[in-house]
Design a binder for this molecule. Structure first.
Ligand code: ADP
Length: 675
């Protein structure tokens, strides 16, 4: 599996294994936060309640003090007034004026009475007309008598018990004794309304914060008693009033409910913020969960696709490994080996992924990248097929591979070269063997047909040849014995005799060849052979004139050939050259016989003429048996020549000569011992 795939798999596993412990921690933190906020509110509420408590105690003391101070000032005033009245310093009218003013100024003294010793009310200075009747009609009551007698006895001022007036409100009276000289002369009584007292003598802020209640020690209300019951849930504080009437007490009832919620705005803000935060965290949490779920799903799909990718990859690897051909993939540009199957590693030991693919390719006579460059593959990749097939020879292993190469995109996206190498060595050698056999068969059949013709001809010609030889010999003998005057005739006759003997030799050779099928090949000098043949055809005779010019490579090693056969071929070339130039004047019939080395290991023999040349339509059938453009031509020469040369593992070819004429050429292998 490629490293990239492994890395992807490891990553996905790591992700799916990520613990969700963090979530629980978050949940606990959220809970702790909410509890913490509630506790905070509770403690703030408690703290505020305590603050309120201490505040109410302080306020109660202040209010009580304020009331007491006012009353004490009144006491002093009325004591003084009583003293002055006793001394007769003030007239009754003046009493009315002073007392009345005091009453009005105080706001809570309803009336000031001058009560005689007989308890008769002689004057009164009412603050409010509406109450006049009440106070005027006020009959002396038991307590009145008691305070009067108390004042008389003790010569001290005193307060009455609170009492309820006709309107249902409570009052109290302050009695200051008047002494005419030393004689008790009644009292000056200031009638104080509790309700007004509280209203006027308490500080301004008190009514805003509290309901003030004055009650007796049994809790029986004197003022505002209902407040204590109605607002039992409020903060309240009671303290005794430090006045001569010791049995009264002042209660402060908070205007706000006594709740654990300290400050509604603050606590609701804190609660709202807490709720908002909790809600935010919850929704964040929800989103996180959704995201995590989505990621899980994605990871699962991812894992599935990775595992299917892995399976596909494994399958791909298995398929490639079980193939009979070697497969490798290399980077198209760097030629780095990206993949190779088992077969390839077996065929090319030591090859490994990561190396350069040239370790495989260098051994080829022509390597796939040389033959099919990257540009060629990429261009062809877009076309249908896009595969390049070739049969390449691998030199080190001496094997042949059928290669298929094409551009592919590798798993990591880069362009790569996919090459398959199918070993076709067996087929190639079989083909070669078959081809060799086929060639041999063709050659053999050609030789056989040539042999049969030759055998027939030899048989037929042998008789006339023998007769010619006899006649020629007879002629020579006769000419000699007759003493012929022209020695050239004898010489020509002798040449004719040699040629007849040669014809006989050729015929017997052909017969022998046909019979044995094996010519006599040995090391011969091709230059000597060429020179002999040139000399042979060199003729002065006008009609058959042909001058041979030799152009021989003296460094040529000997060739391995049957001399007679090669002479026959060269002779045929020269004869054809002469016939091709027969239209030329005798002096211009020049053929060049050239020998040279070709391909390093072959000798080539060429005959260059300046004849008619070979037209294209003739060239195609030049080697067909019995093809001839001459009236007396046999058309067998070139056919036999090619068979003979091919028998020697050489080649017979021809081409146009410049400026005119033809070059006929055959090649022969050097004798191995000569090279
Ligand atoms: P033949 O000489 O009996 O015709 P060959 O097989 O030797 O048979 O030659 C076949 C034909 O090839 C000849 O008829 C001639 O047309 C052509 N040919 C051979 N050699 C030459 C040459 N040097 N120049 C032109 N034509 C040639």
């Amino acid at each position: 599996m490629p490293d990239r795939l492994k890395a992807l798999e490891a990553f996905a596993q790591r992700r799916s294994a990520t613990p969700s412990r963090d979530w629980y921690v978050q949940e606990w933190l959220l809970l702790l936060f909410a509890v913490g906020m509630l506790l905070f509110i509770y403690f703030v509420a408690r703290h505020e309640a305590e603050l309120e408590k201490s505040e109410i105690i302080r306020d109660a003391a202040l209010i009580e003090q304020s009331i007491t101070r006012k009353l004490e000032a009144d006491q002093t005033f009325f004591d003084r007034l009583a003293l002055d009245m006793g001394d007769g310093r003030f007239s009754s009218e003046e009493f009315d004026r002073l007392a009345g003013k005091r009453a009005i100024d105080s706001g809570y003294i309803l009336d000031v009475l001058r009560i005689k010793r007989t308890l008769e009310v002689t004057r009164h200075a009412p603050a409010f007309n509406s109450l006049e009747a009440v106070t005027l009609n006020r009959a002396p009551f038991a307590d009145q008598i008691r305070i009067s007698s108390f004042s008389e006895k003790t010569s001290r001022s005193t307060y009455s018990q609170p009492y309820r007036g006709a309107t249902g409100r409570y009052f109290i009276e302050y009695a200051a004794p008047v002494f005419d000289q030393t004689r008790f002369d009644g009292t000056i009584n200031a009638i104080i309304s509790f309700d007004a007292l509280l209203e006027k003598s308490a500080p301004d802020w008190a009514p805003r914060k509290y309901r003030l209640v004055i009650s007796d020690t049994d809790g029986n209300g004197i003022t505002n008693a209902e407040a204590m019951n109605l607002e039992a849930g409020m903060h309240q504080h009671t303290l005794p009033m430090s006045l001569p009437w010791r049995d009264l007490q002042l209660t402060l009832v908070g205007a706000k409910p006594n709740s654990l919620l300290p400050n509604l705005t603050l606590s609701s803000a804190v609660l709202a913020l807490t709720a908002l935060m909790v809600w935010t965290l919850m929704s964040l949490r929800k989103q996180q969960r959704m995201r995590v779920d989505a990621e899980r799903d994605r990871d699962r799909v991812y894992m599935q696709s990775i595992s299917s990718l892995k399976e596909t990859n494994d399958r791909f690897g298995t398929v490639l490994d079980s193939l009979d051909v070697s497969v490798y993939v290399s980077d198209l540009h760097t030629n780095e080996l990206l993949f190779c199957n088992v077969q390839l590693r077996e065929s090319f030991p030591g090859v490994a992924v990561g190396q350069s693919a040239s370790s495989i390719e260098d051994g080829f006579v022509v390597s796939p990248p040389e033959k099919y460059p990257a540009v060629m593959l990429v261009t062809a990749a877009n076309e249908p097929g896009g595969v390049f097939k070739d049969e390449l020879e691998h030199r080190p292993s001496q094997r042949f591979f059928l290669t298929r190469t094409r551009a592919v995109r590798w798993v990591d996206g880069r362009l790569a070269r996919l090459t398959t190498l199918g070993d076709v060595t067996d087929r190639v050698s079989a083909d070669r063997i078959r081809q060799t056999q086929q060639d041999r068969l063709t050659r053999t059949s050609r030789l056989m047909s040539v042999g049969e013709i030759a055998s027939t001809l030899a048989h037929e010609i042998n008789q006339p040849l023998a007769a010619i030889a006899n006649y020629v010999n007879g002629c020579i003998r006769r000419l000699r014995s007759n003493g012929s005057p022209d020695p050239t005739i004898i010489s020509a006759m002798e040449k004719a005799d040699v040629q007849v003997a040669r014809a006989g030799a050729i015929i017997s050779r052909v017969r022998e060849f046909v019979r044995t099928r094996e010519p006599e090949r040995r090391a011969i000098s091709i230059n000597d052979l060429a020179a002999d043949m040139a000399k042979l055809v060199d003729s002065d005779e006008e009609s058959r004139a042909l001058r041979c010019v030799l152009d021989l490579d003296p460094s040529l090693p000997k060739v391995f050939a049957d001399r007679i056969m090669i002479e026959q071929v060269l002779l045929n070339f020269l004869r054809n050259a002469r016939e091709a130039m027969s239209h030329l004047p005798a002096a211009e019939r020049i053929a060049v016989v050239r020998t040279r080395r070709v391909d390093g290991e072959m000798a080539a023999v060429e005959v260059l003429d300046r004849g008619t040349g070979i037209p294209t339509e003739v060239a195609g059938q030049l080697f067909s048996p019995f093809f001839s453009t001459k009236a007396d031509g046999m058309g067998m020469g070139l056919n036999i020549c090619r068979s003979l040369i091919e028998y020697h593992e050489g080649r017979l070819t021809f081409e146009d000569n410049t400026p005119c004429g033809t070059i006929f050429r055959f090649t022969l292998p050097f004798d191995e011992g000569q090279i």
